[in-house]
Design a protein around this ligand. Structure first.
Ligand SMILES: NC(=O)c1ccc[n+]([C@@H]2O[C@H](COP(=O)([O-])OP(=O)(O)OC[C@H]3O[C@@H](n4cnc5c(N)ncnc54)[C@H](O)[C@@H]3O)[C@@H](O)[C@H]2O)c1
Length: 437
């Protein structure tokens, strides 16, 4: 297979640990990193140290592309800056792999689609969840037509108070950076629905509010944990020094850009929602009801498809607030943590979660059928590794259409953009209108 040269822009957690490290450790026979770029010089140095190989670093993106050989640019910066690197890379004759969300508003989305047409180069969006075996099996069953013609979908996503809270500590907490969880997080979920149904959304109505991560919940809180005086009373205290990655990626480099990784989750500056409900209409009158909650005691998701032949239900616990998580959150008391009996618990004393996940099919007439899918206890349900194999090794075999381009990137974020507009305007928002200038 042909060796390709990759440049990476954005050397935070995802850029370094999802892409750069694996390119060096696992994919070195087919991929070479030729340039590393970040606005923060400390994070460039950190990446060079972690990777342990001599790769030139740049604070300026164009200078990097002027200086090194590059076939493909990998974009892993904060969401609101993706568009500038995606577009510039294509204008400079490169293909692009971008992290989700492809971008965070409709103007930037249109500019990316236009640049792709204009330049003839391509964007791939890293929808890792598509690749998880459990989600792939749902796709396979639906494609086989197990439920007949789908007429409605129910989808709910739960973020626990470890993972969920983390979005309220950093740049994600402002819509100007992330589009809110409706875009930043739900792009994954809307992409899954679009892909499972093999349809593009038509119109969206939504409600959203912030109920949990509000200033009233923690009186006299500081700007950030490291300077806060009420940490003893706070279940969300985060000690950056206690975690090697958090310390070396963020704490030790904050003097360069003022990026504080431990901002208060109850800050007055937060403007994103923690509770979101949306309804989406798809072609042929298919209805989706969607919900996201960012402060539950467990993490996971559930989906159900109702069709002319029956109902397909899937349910995956992702991770639980267990003892290991609590070490990061010194004040957290295990007695406060609820564990629903019917959700199998990850820390069962055997060091692993469970062997299989189930998908249940309830035919309209006849008995229930259960499909067992082997449980994969790796990043994003096994999606990360399979995505990278497909990106960097061989993508010629793609029978279920896992590869996601700019159109899929656009269709998933535009549901979130429409949801944001619907929250503000109190009416249905048409997706096609967002694609028009
Ligand atoms: N697919 C997934 O499951 C998944 C998981 C986590 C994050 N992500 C995505 O990956 C991206 C990065 O997330 P992260 O958690 O690593 O964030 P992060 O804050 O850890 O890293 C972002 C990096 O981008 C750099 N940066 C910001 N603006 C820049 C600019 N203008 N020029 C150059 N560098 C710039 C920052 O200095 C930082 O090093 C986000 O888009 C996020 O949505 C995807």
């Amino acid at each position: 297979m042909m060796m390709k040269n990759y440049c990476i822009v954005g050397l935070g957690s995802r850029g370094l640990y999802m892409f750069a490290k694996d390119l060096v450790d696992y994919y070195h026979d087919v991929a070479r990193i030729t340039g590393l770029c970040d606005i923060n010089p400390g994070r460039i140095e950190n990446a060079q140290r972690v990777l342990g190989v001599a790769i030139p670093g740049f604070q300026d993106f164009d200078t990097m592309l002027d200086s090194v050989d590059c076939d493909v640019v990998i974009v892993t910066t904060k969401d609101s800056t993706h568009d500038q690197f995606i577009i510039r890379a294509m204008e400079r004759g490169k293909d692009v792999i971008t992290e989700k969300p492809m971008t965070m508003n409709e103007q930037k989305c249109r500019a990316i689609l236009d640049a792709e047409k204009r330049t003839g180069h391509h964007v791939r969006v890293t929808f890792n969840y598509r690749y998880a075996p459990y989600k792939t099996e749902i796709k396979r069953l639906l494609k086989e037509g197990i439920v007949g013609d789908v007429h409605s979908v129910e989808f709910r996503w739960f973020l626990d108070t470890v993972h969920g809270a983390d979005y309220f500590r950093r740049w994600h907490a402002q819509k100007i950076n992330s589009g809110g969880l409706t875009v930043h997080k739900a792009t994954h979920h809307f992409d899954l629905i679009n892909w499972w149904l093999d349809k593009e959304p038509v119109e969206v109505a939504a409600m959203g509010s912030r109920h949990f991560y509000v200033p009233e919940r923690m009186k006299n809180h500081g700007e950030r944990c490291s300077t806060c005086t009420v940490t003893k009373n706070c279940s969300f205290y985060l000690d950056l020094d206690a975690d090697e990655k958090l310390r070396t990626l963020y704490k030790e480099n904050e003097q360069y850009d003022g990026y504080f990784r431990d901002q208060c989750v109850f800050s007055e500056n937060i403007d994103i929602e923690d509770t979101i409900s949306a309804i989406v209409r798809y072609p042929e009158g298919i209805q989706l009801t969607y919900g996201l909650t960012a402060a539950t005691s467990f993490e996971g998701w559930q989906v159900a498809f109702n069709g002319t032949k029956g109902r397909l239900e899937a349910f995956e616990p992702e991770c639980f607030v267990d003892l290991e998580d609590q070490t990061e959150f010194a004040q957290r008391a295990s007695s406060l943590i609820r564990r629903p009996e019917d959700w199998r618990i990850s820390d069962n004393g055997q060091g692993r979660a469970f062997d299989t996940l189930q998908i249940r099919y309830y035919p309209l007439f006849g008995s229930v059928h259960t499909f067992d899918v082997p449980y994969v206890q790796e990043g994003h349900g096994g999606g990360d590794r399979r995505l990278k194999d497909h990106l960097f090794k061989d993508a010629s075999h793609d029978p279920l259409g896992h590869i996601a381009g700019s159109r899929a990137g656009a269709m998933s974020i535009l549901v979130g953009v429409a949801a944001n507009q619907s929250m503000a305007q109190g009416k249905f928002i048409c997706i096609e209108d967002l694609l028009k200038k």
